[in-house]
Design a binder for this molecule. Structure first.
Ligand code: PEP
Ligand code: MN
Length: 449
């Protein structure tokens, strides 16, 4: 039997249209937006309500310290790079990191891509000026093109449809790879042995040796490796473009309740989390597990008000606070937030985004980050939670599976000159494959104590 939504629920899903919405494109032709979103409404869901519910249960475990979340992927996915190779490399990187973290934390790791929908970007300025020419800023492939010409920067709502199709092909590959044997733990372990065989990573040899022994122990015990051949991998993106997110919000026939079927997990960005804004209103009404980014100026009152608004029933796993304070501030700012939110009896999952508070411009003009600073914020995050007796629930990172040179440092010492070699991101700098693994080893080493 299929349950229909109540008229109040359906009406509520339109409420965002009357509220202020930051960071939306100025679509030149509103009728074309209506046509595109009408078409989108007829497309099948990309994820199912039951999957989102399962994820909520797992995030509740992460909130209690019984699991750990690893969420990673590009700052901005692009249509051009939604190829089988690039997607496979990202999945592989996340699986490799997850294997190392599982060992370090002695906990199940929830694997989640910033993938299959991360096509829209908030920007600090609506305009971009180069050599005296000013054009609308690039807002992600779901909105306009990155090329610096007037034509390419005009927002085009048909891109919303392409974002859907690219997301569909990406999630199809994710499902195929993670259920089709690619995720076999023995394989993943072999890939990691390749990493630690590199002398640059000699300091992780002890840990790598331990994992190796653990694998041999499991084999000797007759552990059913066939059961370890498939993993659940979830999708996520920033719910930024309300036309898209609303069109992908559907009624679950089991419950009559709305779910955002564009991803398992969606988050609200630091720039769009106003309590009286359209983003908070629309997402408060869907049942998916949600994230909210919290930057260094967040007050405890802000955090509590967001929790009350987005998670009025205090359902474990419903709300994840993704803190991105910066390495220099995390130890000062985070304790007050965590103390107050927990003190009010709220259960949220605390996740560290060590990327967005640590962005710098290199002398040669690249938007970059220092690997050591990124790692320092992760350490600060764990220190704060350990001191308070609260639970560090996961990591949120911008990464790619390829050998790009966008973040400075790491054991292979990407330097200022190397940045020019393979700087490919269109928005924020990502950890490359090796740096991602190094982060996983570093965190695992720390967790193991
Ligand atoms: C991002 O995750 O790419 C982003 C823009 O983050 P924030 O909202 O935290 O600035
Ligand atoms: Mn980013």
């Amino acid at each position: 039997m299929s349950i229909e939504a109540s008229p109040e629920v359906l009406e509520g899903l339109q409420r965002w249209r009357e509220l202020p919405a930051r960071q939306q494109p100025e679509w030149p032709d509103p009728a074309a937006v209506v046509r595109a979103t009408e078409e989108l409404r007829g497309y099948p869901p990309l994820v199912f309500a039951g999957e989102a519910d399962n994820l909520r249960e797992k995030l509740a475990m992460a909130a209690r310290g019984e699991a750990f979340l690893l969420q990673g992927g590009d700052c901005a996915e692009t249509f051009a790079e939604s190829t089988a190779d690039r997607i496979r490399n990202k999945i592989r990187t996340i699986l490799q990191m997850a294997a190392v973290l599982t060992y370090g934390a002695s906990l199940p790791v929830i694997k989640m891509g910033r993938m299959a929908g991360q096509y829209a970007k908030p920007r600090s300025s609506d305009l971009e000026t180069r050599d005296g020419v000013t054009l609308p800023a690039y807002r992600g492939d779901a909105v306009n093109a990155h090329g610096f010409t007037e034509q390419e920067r005009i927002p085009d709502p048909r891109r919303l449809l392409e974002a859907y199709h690219r997301s569909a092909t990406t999630i199809n590959l994710i499902r195929a790879f993670t259920y089709g044997g690619f995720a076999d733990l023995r394989e993943v372990h072999e890939w990691n042995r390749g990493f630690t065989a590199n002398p640059a990573y000699a300091r992780y040899e002890v840990l790598a040796g331990e994992i190796d022994r653990a694998m041999r122990f499991m084999r000797a015990c007759g552990v059913d490796f066939d059961a370890l051949r498939t993993v659940d991998m979830y999708t996520s993106h920033e719910a930024l473009l309300l036309d898209y997110e609303a069109a992908m919000t559907r009624i679950d026939s089991r419950s009559g309740l709305p779910y955002n079927t564009s991803a398992h997990f969606v988050w609200i960005g630091e720039r769009t989390r106003q309590l009286d804004g359209a983003h908070v209103d629309l997402l408060a009404r869907v049942r998916n597990p949600l994230g909210v980014k919290l930057g260094p100026t967040t007050t405890a009152d802000d955090a509590l008000a967001l929790a009350e608004r987005l998670d009025p029933e205090n359902t474990p796993g419903r709300l994840t606070f993704i803190t991105r304070m910066g390495a220099g501030r995390v130890r000062d700012v985070l304790p007050g937030l965590v103390e107050r939110v927990t003190g009010e009896g709220r259960t949220v999952t605390w996740v560290c985004d060590p990327m967005h508070g640590n962005t710098i411009t290199s002398p040669s003009g690249y938007k970059t980050r220092e690997f050591a600073t990124v790692i320092d914020e992760v350490h600060g995050f764990f220190e704060v939670h350990h001191a308070l007796g609260t639970v560090p629930g996961g990591l949120h990172v911008e990464l790619t599976g390829d050998d790009v040179t966008e973040v400075l440092g790491g054991s292979e010492q990407v330097d200022e000159a190397a940045l020019a070699r393979r700087y490919e991101t269109l928005v924020d700098p990502r950890l490359n494959h090796q740096q991602s693994l190094e982060m996983a080893f570093d965190v695992a080493e720390m967790l193991r104590g």
